[in-house]
Design a protein around this ligand. Structure first.
Ligand code: FPP
Length: 259
């Protein structure tokens, strides 16, 4: 398994990382990890670089995080890459972010395929540039038979809009008799959301010191464990992901009940 993972090659601390990974794997690992990747702009600013340099660095961290999550046995990794509100950003920044999926998948798709990763996307596809959507759909097609980690990009995703759309669909199905009022429960409602095929996240990570959800998976995160760090996304390392999971493994999840 390890020889497949190039990420630790030539790293002096690789044995420490491997020990940590092995220890973590002995305990239940979160099945679904969701990450709000924040702080790219500040990372760039600190270095007097343009904001897009931060996004580019952030893309490399997506690769490292994906490979490690896959090795740990995480089933789904959802990454908040672009929100329905992010269109308010300067045009050049939006255009740059919209090119990142092509660059990322153009570079790393063979590695994702080799490591059995399945690429998925949730969000409003209609507003995405054709080139962005094309790159993602190609990756989805090429990885659709993989059964390792699901790498789910939240792109042009907004949770409130998702919930409103689900409510509209419920109303339509109710009107047409497909769904009866007494059949609607939390599980059924979840099936109307963009995440219908996934379990709710067990662990939410947000980088950069901001303590908020920013319209991300509001329904799905109801009982997730949260882990916030001041580390800016481009500085997020394997050690940080392992730390988040170690903390998760020490939490007692009660889901409103008692132990
Ligand atoms: C938030 O940081 C980050 C984003 C809106 C973009 C996130 C995108 C990536 C990490 C790259 C994604 C890669 C692929 C393959 C899709 P910010 O810009 O708000 O940072 P700031 O708060 O410091 O300004």
């Amino acid at each position: 398994m390890f020889n497949k993972l190039r990420l630790w090659k030539n790293q002096n601390n690789s044995s420490t990382l491997r020990d940590k990974i092995e220890a973590i794997k002995k305990l239940p690992v979160p099945e679904h990890v969701a990450i709000i990747m924040d702080g790219n702009g500040r990372w760039a600013k600190k270095r007097a670089l343009p904001r897009i340099a931060g996004h580019h660095e952030g893309m490399k961290v997506v690769r490292k995080t994906t490979m490690l999550a896959n090795d740990l046995g995480v089933k789904t990794l959802t990454l908040y890459a672009f929100s329905t509100e992010n269109w308010k950003r300067p045009k050049n920044e939006v255009e740059y972010i919209m090119k990142l999926p092509e660059e990322f998948l153009g570079t790393f798709l063979p590695e994702l395929v080799e490591n059995n990763v399945q690429v998925k996307m949730m969000g409003y596809k209609d507003q995405l540039p054709v080139h962005t959507l094309h790159a993602i759909e190609k990756a989805m097609e090429e990885t659709k038979h993989n059964n390792g980690l699901v790498l789910n990009f939240a792109l042009n995703y907004g949770s409130r809009a998702e919930i409103i759309d689900a409510v509209k669909q419920v109303l339509n199905d109710s009107k047409s008799g497909i769904l009866k009022e007494n059949e609607l429960d939390e599980q059924v409602f979840s099936s109307y959301l963009m995440t219908s095929e996934f379990a709710d996240p067990d662990l939410l990570i947000r980088t950069s010191g901001e303590i908020r959800l920013s319209n991300f998976m509001l329904w799905q995160l109801a009982y997730s464990e949260f882990w916030f760090t001041d580390v800016l996304w481009p500085d997020f390392s394997e050690e940080h992901l392992l730390e988040a999971i170690e903390v998760f493994q020490k939490r007692q999840r009660r889901f409103g009940g008692i132990l």
